[in-house]
Design a protein around this ligand. Structure first.
Ligand code: FE
Length: 225
């Protein structure tokens, strides 16, 4: 298995050429994956807005603390509940936001939460081809860097099996259908991974640690005990 920390940084070994061979007449903004650039730019804009009185540094810190308190644990709780409680799973698949509400998970920032279930015959993997739409309210406010990278966004739609295998070490049998779900500002996705073998009879609480962030994006499987 690849080192998950390394995956957080940037798993892609080969850069992908930008897709600019399509035929229309606007200019594309240059793509910039440089985190240092964006960090510096964000800091400068924040200072300007503080100086103009839009918010204070303390308010920014409080908001960062609030966002940092949202972790993939919320999504893992949903998945573990779905694994042990079939009626809950049916409700989660039918209306993701309503099911989150049942578990006191605040999804007010998500317009529509579409929950998809991986099975022994179908595997879903999520991307945002346009930018980096992500179900932040249930997977955390800091999507992994690779999720936002142009390399992942461009390559996973062309060769999802190759990305899963080469970049994440996730091998899928040939007879499993792979579906790539494209997130938008309107619709965010959560994947219910296949419940691992060897967990029959396990309590919900014991299942939660097996549900990783990456398994809920669909680039990995749930951990096996
Ligand atoms: Fe997006």
């Amino acid at each position: 298995m690849p080192n998950p920390q390394a995956q957080n940084q940037f798993p892609f070994s080969n850069d992908v050429e930008p897709l600019d061979d399509h035929d229309h007449d606007h200019d594309h903004a240059p793509v910039n994956d440089d985190e240092a650039y964006w960090t510096q730019r964000t800091a400068v804009i924040q200072k300007l807005l503080e100086a103009k009185g839009y918010f204070t540094a303390a308010e920014v810190r409080q908001e960062i603390e609030r966002q940092d308190s949202v972790t993939p644990m919320l999504g893992a709780r949903l998945v573990a509940r779905a694994w042990v409680d079939p009626p809950f799973k049916a409700r989660l698949l039918a209306d993701g936001k309503a099911a989150c509400h049942e578990m006191d998970i605040d999804t007010v920032e998500i317009n529509r939460l579409e929950v998809v279930e991986n099975t022994p015959s179908v595997h879903h993997v999520v991307v945002c081809t346009l930018c980096s739409c992500y179900p932040r309210a249930i997977l955390g406010y800091h999507p992994p860097s690779w999720y936002k990278s142009t390399a992942y966004r461009q390559r996973v739609v062309i060769d999802p099996r190759g990305v899963l295998e080469e970049e994440f070490g996730t091998l899928l049998a040939d007879d499993i259908e792979v579906r790539v779900m494209d997130s938008t500002a309107d619709t965010r996705y959560l994947v219910i991974p296949v419940r691992p073998d060897g967990t029959d009879g396990w309590a919900e609480e014991a299942l939660i640690p097996l549900v990783t962030r990456d398994s809920m994006i669909g680039v990995a499987l749930a951990q096996t005990p």
